[in-house]
Design a protein around this ligand. Structure first.
Ligand code: URA
Length: 215
């Protein structure tokens, strides 16, 4: 699948279908139902790319004709971790591709005084050190939540983490990359900049509001 190395640590999944679907997602006229379906489909296509280096192990398989050696994904199940709430929109699409993946959750809010993200919910499988994690959030804006969520996963023992988003701002990529240079970032687009309110330009608006119809 075509990918573009955009900034250090960032892979932009530039497949024509991803770009086509992203253009529909950006359109403010796209209704909630279609928006959700598009997030689902783009997340699935991105997961195809982000799973390209999963470890394989040989297995013997009896075909109707003979026994042969095949390859299966090795080790503990991949774990998806959506950052609440917009990250939830990316889970189902990836599960269509990797149905046995485990799903953890991270809830974060921004403290009004410090403006720093604070965990209010954290649940991932216990054997985190042995798993691959995909941390999910459609928008990588300031990077504060993403960097904090990665820190929480690492505290739980995770060592193999990828961050998947739909739209990234250069500021967010830089912040996440600086805090966690070991975490590869996958995006469908690298946009221009953040506005004064922390929205990505040109972006697609508030992904959570558009997914859940709370605008
Ligand atoms: N979160 C969103 O949903 N949209 C943005 O543009 C930035 C952060």
């Amino acid at each position: 699948m075509p990918t573009t190395p955009a900034l250090p640590g960032l892979t932009v999944v530039s497949h024509p279908l991803v770009q086509h679907k992203l253009s529909l997602l950006r359109d403010q006229a796209t209704p909630k139902k279609i928006f959700k379906e598009l997030v689902d489909e783009i997340a699935m296509l991105m997961a195809y790319e982000a799973t390209a280096d999963l470890a394989l192990a040989p297995v013997e398989v009896d075909t109707p004709l003979e026994t042969t050696t095949c390859q299966r994904v090795a080790g503990k199940k991949l774990t998806l971790v959506p950052i609440l709430r917009a990250g939830l929109g990316m889970v189902e699409g990836i599960l269509k591709l990797v149905p046995s993946a485990r799903v953890g959750h991270i809830g974060l809010y921004r403290d009004h005084d410090t403006l720093e993200p604070v965990d209010y919910y954290f649940k991932v499988p216990g054997d985190a050190a042995e798993r691959d994690f995909f941390l999910l959030d459609p928008m990588l804006a300031t990077g504060g939540s993403a960097a904090s969520a990665v820190s929480s996963l690492k505290r739980a023992g995770a060592t193999r983490i990828k961050f998947l988003c739909l739209v990234a701002a250069p500021e967010g990529v830089e912040r996440l990359r600086t805090a966690h240079p070991d975490v590869p970032i996958f995006a469908a687009a690298l946009d221009r900049e953040l506005n004064a309110n922390g929205y990505i330009l040109p972006g697609l608006g508030d992904a959570g509001d558009r997914l859940f119809g709370t605008r």
